[in-house]
Each structure stands twice: as C-alpha cells, then as structure tokens.
Design a protein around this ligand. Structure first.
Ligand SMILES: [Fe+2]
Length: 442
C-alpha cells in the first residue's frame, strides 16, 4: 500500500504537500475546537450513531505508560456558555487522568504545550491536578512545549515541575530542560526541543538564542549520546520523547513553525542506537511516521476531538502502541457532573465535528457552487472521512467512502482548496498502522 500524508505516513512521498496538509489539519482541529456546535437542523443529513470509544486496550502484562500531549490547560477559559470544546479543558484532563489510572498506567508522559501560555496560574492549575494523580499512584513526567515558557523561565519551569520529572531524573542536561528517567529497566529520554521564547532561556549551561525556533543543541546531543551509549552497554531498552516532531518533512523546513534545528541529527542518533520509538505532539493530530527503523508516534491535542491519548505497553521484547479515547461522559457520571454536555460528551463532539464539516463545505461551495442536495451528501461524506480518520477506522472504510454519493460532489466543491486534494490523499493512503502496532523494544 502506498504511504503518504495521512493517518500514518512512511518516508513521506509528498514533500510539496506537507505544509498544506498541516495547515488543513490544524485548521480542522482548531476549527472543531473553536467553532460552535449546533446540531444539524431537521432535513439535513442524519448523523449515523457515534463510533464506539476506541477499541479496548490489550491486556496489560507489563509496564503501561500513558502519553498525552498538548493539554493546553487554561483555568481562565471555562465559560461553558461559549459552548466550545476548549472550555472543557479542565474536565477533559480530569477524565484522562482518571482513565489512565483505571487502565493501569503506572506512568504518564505529557509531551509539551501543557498550558495555554507560560503564565504561572495556569501551570499551578496543572500541577495541582498532577499532584492528585500522583497521590493515586500515577507517576507523571512532563516536557515543555512552545507555549509553556515566557513569562516563565527555564529555571522556574524546572521548579514548578520538580515533582513531575526534574527531581526524579536519572540524569539532567545542563543546556536544556531535557532529562532522562529510568522506569522498570526502560530508559526514557525526555527531550526539550525548545521553540519557546528565547528570553526564557536561563539555565546556566544553556547558550543564548536570537530566535524562537525549536532546536537541540550540540551539548544536548552529546548528553543524549552519552546516555544512549550507556544504555547500549547495559542492554537497557530506550524510548525518546519531545514536543516537536522529527520525521515529518515540515520539521526540516526552517521558518515553518515545525522546524527543529538538529532534529535530523537527533533522529540519526536514535537510529544509530536502535531506539525504536520517538513520541511527539505539537501538530495536534494522531499520526505515525516511520523511516529507517525509527517510528515516530504523534499524539493528538488532548482537548480537541476526539480527546485521545496514546498507551504504550512494554513487555519483554515487545512495545505495543495503542490509541485511547477519553470517555469524558463516564468520568462525568462517576463524579456526578450536572452539565448535560459532559454527560454525553462524545455525542456532543460528533455534533461539533459535523457542524464544522458543514460550515467548511458551505464556505467552499460559495466559490464552487453545487446543488443543495449535493451539498448535503458532500457534507456527510466529509464528516465520515474525518470521523474515520480520527477513530482509526479509515483503512477499513476506504471502499465504502470511494462509492459514497457525496464523493464526487465534495471534490467538485472543494476544487482549489487544500481539502480537495488532501481528503483524496487521505482516503487513498490510509494506512493499517492504526489503531495500534507493535515494535521491538530495542
Ligand atoms: Fe506546540
């Protein structure tokens, strides 16, 4: 099967398209976060039942690690009258923490963009929740993303999150907020990929910067290699994590907002030492990239549809990677929430996605008019593709989508828009890597 931009991507064969893919994806994700969520009016295409919350996790037989990303916690954004997903950020995090504990995760990694800005009150709100999770047996290790520092500086960040990685580190880099933890004989390299305000850099060993691009310094690479050498000598399996991505083509394009200086060198280092997995976030989407023995798992933005996170199961020589969707409604019922949105959250999110697809198709049809009846089926098609993409069922639904009556009308009205080529690419390149896969652990 051809691989390309989409739910899962091998060595990408669509260099020129990646920037537009990401623009489309971010537009979609943030659109669903930001848009209103009215139900379709009578006469519009009926929604099919919500997909089940993602498939059950495999049986836990060894170390289980939960990985969340881009939690963007914001206690100042909780006005429920706004009716958008972001106002539920605090509740979604609570629900995820509960789910991770109930699923038997012993460790939670959060790969950056912890809060919506580097403001101390937002970090304090997060640490309060993490402290409660740790009290119930879930160890938490966090990394900074581009939204987490400035006004907070590096030293303050390490202080804030002392109990969530920095004080329990087996080794800390002097030049960045990178650190390394050991858990059940697994070494986890937690890489600070920068990308935040250069003015926030104040670690004694860090060099000053004149731009805010993400980077891994020479000192940091040397520190990481020393640990990798030690792990190799001691036959300790290793995984790595960072906020920014390494393998997507756009990570190699300076000025793109996704570029990581020395990212390719770090990826080469991981390959040299047979590290099978790098975990990242930042793009707000779930995807798998694979290039020369190194797999990169991107975890989606927790507080956007479909409110998912990643679960790793390490058992002997195998490392199983699974997606997990947060059951917000189950949390809401258990904690006796009264908000009807929370009590039926997945259905509410489906409506949000549908509304976004409808608004987007209508906007495209304003330039490329199609009959009203065609527009209805085009919206249904659009929504079904996106839902299948997010719930991991797209590979199994390719044939069904190719013969959907909305297929042709959708691509007629999307002519000249990024969704026009991107959805086609997505359907044709859907990879069976989702919903889960297994790697050798070393
Ligand atoms: Fe980010």
């Amino acid at each position: 099967m051809k691989k390309g931009c989409g739910a899962a991507v091998g060595k990408t064969n669509c260099r020129l398209r990646v920037r537009r893919v990401l623009a489309a994806l971010l537009c979609l994700v943030m659109g669903s976060v930001l848009c209103g969520c009215g139900a379709p009016s009578p006469g519009e295409t009926a929604l099919t039942p919500s997909p089940p919350l993602l498939t059950p996790l495999p049986e836990k037989t060894g170390l289980r690690i939960a990985v969340a990303s881009d939690t963007h916690l914001d206690p100042d954004n909780t006005d429920k009258s706004l009716g958008v997903e972001t106002v539920y950020n605090m509740e979604i995090l609570d629900a995820m923490l509960r789910d991770a504990r109930e699923q038997g995760a012993e460790l939670l990694l959060i790969t950056g963009d912890l809060c919506n800005s580097g403001k101390a009150n937002k970090h304090a709100a997060l640490t309060e929740k993490l402290r409660a999770a740790e009290a119930e047996g879930l160890t938490v290790c966090v990394l900074p993303g581009n939204h987490d520092l400035g006004p907070l500086r590096q030293m303050e960040f390490a202080g804030f999150y002392a109990a969530f990685g920095y004080d329990e580190a087996f080794s800390r880099d002097t030049a960045s907020l990178s650190y390394c933890v050991l858990r059940d004989e697994l070494m986890i390299l937690m890489m600070d990929t920068g990308g935040y305000a250069a003015g926030a850099i104040d670690l004694p060993g860090a060099a000053t910067r004149d731009n805010n691009e993400a980077f891994l310094s020479e000192t940091t690479l040397r520190w990481a290699e020393e640990l990798l050498r030690k792990a190799e000598a001691e036959k300790t399996p290793v995984i790595a994590a960072g906020h920014y991505n390494l393998l997507p083509e756009i990570s190699r394009q300076p000025g793109s907002g996704y570029y990581v200086e020395n990212g390719e060198r770090f990826a080469a280092l991981l390959r040299r030492y047979d590290v099978p997995l790098y975990l990242s976030g930042h793009m707000h989407l779930r995807a798998v990239y694979r290039e020369d023995r190194l797999t990169e798992q991107l975890t989606e933005c927790l507080i956007a549809y479909p409110t998912g996170y990643t679960v790793l199961d390490l058992d002997g020589d195998a490392l199983r990677v699974s997606p997990r969707r947060v059951d917000v409604a189950a949390w809401a019922a258990e904690t006796e929430q009264s908000d009807p949105v929370l009590l039926d959250f997945a259905a509410w999110q489906e409506q949000a996605q549908y509304s976004y697809c409808r608004a987007t198709a209508e906007a495209m049809a304003a330039r490329n008019p199609i009959p009203e009846r065609d527009l209805q089926v085009a919206v249904d098609f659009f929504y079904r593709v996106m839902r299948a993409y997010w719930d991991g069922s797209l590979p199994a639904r390719q044939d069904e989508l190719r013969i959907h009556p909305g297929y042709a009308p959708f691509f007629r009205c999307a002519e000249g828009y990024s969704y026009g080529w991107w959805l086609k690419d997505l359907i044709e390149t859907a990879s069976p890597l989702l919903p889960g896969y297994t790697l050798p652990s070393s």
